[in-house]
Write a protein that binds this ligand. Sequence first.
Ligand code: COA
Length: 389
Amino acid sequence: MAAVTWSRARCWSLLQGFRFPVARVHLSRPTMTASQQDFENAMSQVKLLKEDPGNEVKLKLYALYKQATEGPCTMPKPGMLDFVNKAKWDAWTALGSLPKETARQNYVDLVSSLSPSSEASSQGKSGADEKVQESKGLMVTSEDGITKIMFNRPTKKNAITYEMYQDIILALKNASTDNTVITVFTGSGDYYSSGNDLTNFTRATGGMEEAANKGAVVLREFVDSFIDFPKPLVAVVNGPAVGISVTLLGLFDAVYASDRATFHTPFSHLGQSPEACSSYTFPKMMGPAKATEMLLFGKMLTAREAWAQGLVTEVFPERNFEEEVWTRLKAYAKLPPNAMRISKELIRKHDKGKLHEVNAEECTVLKARWLSEECINAIMSFVSRKAKL
Ligand code: COA
């Protein structure tokens, strides 16, 4: 790609015509809705960056700025030999019809991730392992061009709490605009994840109805953030996976599994119904009969069976699983990021609208299921099972 120099002058010319406030304002954790003031603060922050964040990031900043202030790109396409303007045009055009507010938010988040004082700092400094976000139950790091999002509650088999759903949404948001190339989910300890933390319901304050309403809103946003994730998304399934940690795999671009992994979706046993678009992706992937065995009858698949059904890309022997997979992923992370992003968009775009539609419907159905007697009894029986032993 043509070099985009990072002199102040170039920075000004990229962000043409905007007046920046002079004061440096610290940007804290990214917010969900950036105000005009946040946007202006982010622009000041860009001016004060000590290190050149690299061409990729500069182009992203440029594109987001233009989208946030002018909307979708309507400029004529520069000639092939006008490298710098062509790269800028490509970056801006790639944002398509992204709303101005979202572009403004993404710009603020991206700048926040570049700030050294930020909780979510960017990756890419000579392979150093930087912890970017650690919250209860989740560890997000970036190294070698890879954002690694690790379920980190091994004593609870990495069950996903309400807070973890929200932190994953945030981590994906950061990873979609930072300078890492691929994003990988994995689990710590012996499990990949035992799925939704079943005590999310019993711990909820307010009534069951309120918990179900809130749960459905968060679930929908959570799954949407996987549907819309623009970079290659890979699951490194280190052990058994249950519930939503399995159904989500249909939205990943590659799934590598240890031969110790199993795949289990006991929705009927829990009085629940499929989520994460699996009611659409699983039948498409494995045919309705096999999908039925998993999603209705709760048949647990071994890693090899899941591979045979197309849910898993490749199975590795446990003894060299981590080494082989991470070596491969590090090599993939060196491939040209724009080419991968664009190819992913081509592969996924025809299904995107459908996936959002399916997600909305699954959440509505689940909300009703969570309030059903079948589901409440199943959860109560899980919560009280140790007491009964
Ligand atoms: N939600 C809440 N807590 C969970 C959990 C989940 N999904 N999965 C595991 N845990 C907790 C257990 O309650 C236990 O907590 P405790 O030590 O405080 O009692 C701890 O994690 C270890 O689990 P345990 O059941 O003792 O381990 P195990 O090896 O016997 O069984 C599982 C592991 C995953 C098979 C079993 O815990 C289970 O069936 N969990 C529920 C899975 C599920 O139904 N997920 C939702 C799908 S929609």
